[in-house]
Design a protein around this ligand. Structure first.
Ligand code: PLP
Length: 429
């Protein structure tokens, strides 16, 4: 690799060594007609690329950086933990502190197991649900993304929606044959599946606020209905709070909407930017996990000291009510501003927001499920994205993702961003 490189030349070089030049598809910028920006560093709510451009960052590493980049407490925790060794594959005291802390945030969890990614958390939770109920089928919702394990790669949102025109390449029919699909915000579609497969459905898994077809909130009664239905049918309710956990409230969507799921999956924020995931829930279910129970689940690096150190530092900071106050203020400033800006474009744009999560949808249809989200004009989104990048605002390079406000954004950052949104929309609509 030569010494001085631009984003452009780095990407060309990356394509020679890495499939598509990227280690995760949504980084590719393909759907917005650009090559990716190479990041040099993050400073609070900003990113600086290798070309020397600065951006206000609303991707937030896809969610983890609720306090912005390179928070000194998190860096210090990583350094002090690393100085003692990076991995032992053995028990360490931090694991207990992490489990206790997660339980304080999420009282629905009696027992917590750490893993290395959101994908592992959801995959393991579903295996556990099947083992516990001794039933084979799961219900997921069209457009919900639960990571890239085979059983979930059907009607999945996020990168799958953005990049795969023929879904499920590489995923066998048998791998998804026990995954049933229902429609978000449509309780009848779930009821119909329970009627069709009595005593066969182990669990219903969902993002309680959809984040991977853009942000789509649950409508009144939807989550309560799912809770009642799963209980009546003897199936488990699994909340995938990999995005919403620690974000829409301290205790995630389950605190916001007052629903107690049987199992919860976490990721992103809980690791302070290091690779991590976790799942947990009712004691009698979690006790079925190996080594106490027969459901096998394991990981060489699970409960890794660095991820635990960084994650605990993050959770300590989130325990300070001032953090959520700031996040709430910035999020309101952002959402109120965007609502005002999109108002004149009501026939072409929709705006959904829950706390610090939001999406501007380029469609005339109200977005309440995957189908309405798919009606978006992705070409216009791509042009909007490029306008925003030109104005120093880094948003997701895909229509089907969330915008993440962080507590590190300043009021001035938000004002600047609103001006950029206004100008960018005027340029493309
Ligand atoms: C809701 C949800 N669940 C699971 C995952 C998978 O997490 P990971 O990418 O850490 O495997 C994601 C990733 O974006 C997600 O948004």
């Amino acid at each position: 690799m030569s010494r001085y490189q631009t984003s452009e030349t780095l990407f060309q070089e990356a394509c020679r060594h890495i499939p598509g030049g990227v280690n995760s598809p949504v980084r590719a910028f393909k759907s917005v007609g650009m090559s990716p920006i190479y990041i040099d560093r993050g400073v609070k709510g900003h990113l600086i690329d290798v070309d020397g451009n600065e951006y206000i960052d609303f991707v937030s590493s896809w969610g983890p950086h609720i306090l912005g980049h390179a928070h000194p407490d998190i860096l210090e925790a990583i350094n002090t933990t690393a100085a003692k060794g990076t991995s032992f594959g053995a028990c360490i005291p931090l694991e207990i502190e992490m489990a206790e802390t997660v339980k304080e945030f999420f009282p629905s969890m009696d027992l917590v197991r750490m893993v290395n990614s959101g994908t592992e958390a959801t995959m393991s939770a579903v295996r556990l649900a099947r083992g516990y109920t001794e039933r084979p089928l799961i219900i997921k919702f069209d457009g919900c993304y639960h990571g890239h394990s085979d059983a979930f790669l059907v009607q999945a949102g996020s990168g799958v929606q953005t990049f795969t025109s023929v879904q499920n390449n590489g995923v066998t029919k048998s791998a998804v044959s026990e995954t049933l699909i229902a429609n978000f915000n449509d309780l009848d579609s779930v009821r119909a599946l329970f009627q069709k497969y009595p005593d066969r459905i182990a669990a219903v898994i969902l993002e309680p606020i959809m984040g991977n077809m853009g942000v789509i909130p649950p409508e009144e009664g939807f989550l309560t209905g799912l809770r009642e239905l799963t209980r009546a049918e003897g199936a488990l309710l699994i909340f995938d709070e990999v995005i919403t956990g620690f974000r829409v409230m301290r205790g995630g969507a389950q605190e916001l909407y007052g629903i107690r799921p049987d199992l919860t999956c976490l990721g992103k924020i809980i690791g302070g930017g290091l690779p991590v995931g976790a799942f947990g829930g009712r004691r009698e279910i979690m006790s079925k996990l190996s080594p106490d129970g027969a459901v096998y689940q394991a990981g060489t690096l699970s409960g890794n000291p660095l991820a635990l150190g960084a994650g605990l530092a993050m959770l300590r900071l989130l325990s300070d009510p001032a953090t959520y106050r700031t996040l709430g203020e910035r999020s309101r400033q952002f959402a109120d501003g965007v609502r005002r800006i999109v108002e004149p474009y009501r026939d072409r744009l929709q705006y959904n927001a829950v706390g610090s999560l939001s999406t501007i949808f380029f469609t005339s249809r109200m977005v309440r499920d995957a189908d309405s989200s798919r009606s978006c004009d992705t070409e216009t989104y791509a042009r909007y994205f490029r306008q925003m990048i030109d104005r120093g605002i880094y948003i997701a390079p895909s229509q089907f993702e969330a915008t993440f406000v962080s507590a590190a954004h300043t009021a001035e950052d938000i004002d600047r961003t609103l001006t950029a949104i206004e100008e960018s929309l005027a340029a493309v609509l």
